[in-house]
Design a protein around this ligand. Structure first.
Ligand SMILES: [Zn+2]
Length: 214
């Protein structure tokens, strides 16, 4: 089984986004629980919370240095997103440079377990964590701390989301008493190209209604 090095984004004294909930506090909760679930399921995981850094660049270096000092197969960091205070759902996403397949899988797992909008996998070449870590890396954004809907879904589904993230990182896990989340089977795949043009700052939600026609 792959060994996961997992860290919380930001630091105790440099805390990231604050909305309805405090990002750092919840990053820590996710890392602690996911690591616990991976170990309980027979996998390997090491974790890190930055308790010392008080500025962002020290935090980034401290965290990537910790990752690079570990024997591991994957690097993963947990964040929550922020945009602006809203009651609307915003969603979950997972950021990557090289790991598009894993990032898609994680975003999908978090969306279906949490009830979040799936914003999908996003390639980001400007993030220290993804560039500085030496192993295949993903940076996941569970949901938005300033969306009342997202925070409500998180509070309700946090255990399911942590399990889904654990299984997405280590599919071979067998967490006692917890069957792996079942993805609906894909019976047929059709490729549809859609192009949407919208001004910057406009969010476009797309919903798919199934049709019976070919
Ligand atoms: Zn963050």
């Amino acid at each position: 089984m792959p060994k996961i090095a997992l860290s919380s984004g930001h630091a105790k004294n440099c805390r990231g986004a604050v909305g309805i909930i405090d990002e750092w506090e919840h990053n820590v909760k996710v890392v602690d629980r996911v690591c616990e679930l991976i170990l309980a399921g027979g996998g390997q995981c090491v974790k890190f919370h930055d308790m010392t850094s008080s500025d962002s660049s020290t935090n980034l270096n401290t965290t990537s240095n910790w990752h690079n000092s570990q024997t591991r197969d994957y690097d993963c960091q947990v964040h929550f997103n922020a945009y602006q205070s809203t009651n609307s759902p915003m969603g979950t996403e997972c950021l990557y440079v090289t790991q598009s397949t894993l990032a898609s899988k994680i975003a999908q797992a978090q969306a279906s377990s949490g009830g979040f909008i799936n914003r999908g996998a996003k390639k980001r070449t400007d993030l220290h964590f993804l560039n500085a870590t030496a192993k295949p890396a993903v940076l996941t954004e569970i949901c938005f701390v300033d969306s009342a809907t997202d925070v409500g879904l998180w509070e309700e589904n946090h255990e399911a989301v942590c399990q889904a993230l654990a299984y997405a990182l280590v599919p071979e896990l067998q967490i006692p008493g917890e069957p792996p989340p079942v993805e609906p089977p894909v019976t047929e795949v059709k490729v549809v190209d859609v192009q949407i043009f919208a001004p910057r700052g406009v969010r476009v939600d797309v919903s798919v209604n199934e049709t019976t026609e070919g």
